[in-house]
Design a protein. Sequence first.
Length: 249
Amino acid sequence: MDRLKGKRALITGGTSGIGLETARRFLAEGARVSITGKSPGALENARKELGVDVLIIPSDASNVADQKRVGETLREAFGELDILFVNAGIAELKPVEQWDESGFDRNFAVNVKGPYFLIQALLPIFANPSSIVLNASINAHVGMPNTSVYGATKAAVLSLARTLAGELISRGIRVNAVSPGPISTPLYSKLGFSEADLKTVAASIQGQIPIGHFGKPSDIANAVVFLASDESAFTVGSELVIDGGMSNL
């Protein structure tokens, strides 16, 4: 239970789902934790859930200036950073003909641009050694209908994991990625479906998972703890696919 003892960690999008569960696990493993989020209500709920010792930083994941401010806040509060879990992201699923430029740009801003400039802003304070874990998706691998933009953003995230792994390892920064399959999180409720349509979509997705059910946030959090800890000291530029066998079909 002390695999992250003394380590200083940032989790983006840490107010719900995978991010919140990972924050719980990091705390249980002895880390000093900071989270980001956009909604004031969600940030306050996370504070109540995680405790007053967690550093809460309001941040719009798509805004480059906010990423610089996150870096400055962490430098003042932590001095250095040992772990970054880039988890904040959005998923909008719709046919290719329904996309417009603003929606396309919004998805890439949240899922790719913001994370890229956050890493840039944090480079001066990363400890040596340290670990970056990027949250990608199996949608970067499987041709699921209606995920053209989301899948493209996550393919970009995986590309960053590989290229930054090679570029940053000389500084003692290990970069790896997790690629979750369908996980039971509030993400699906944010897709704009009616309750009935949401149940239909969930049943359709579940039918594509060989293990027969959605994953839990803890399934991903467990993998992130491993990649953040010294147990994975020889793991660089790797991707852990955690999808119940879905990408094997």
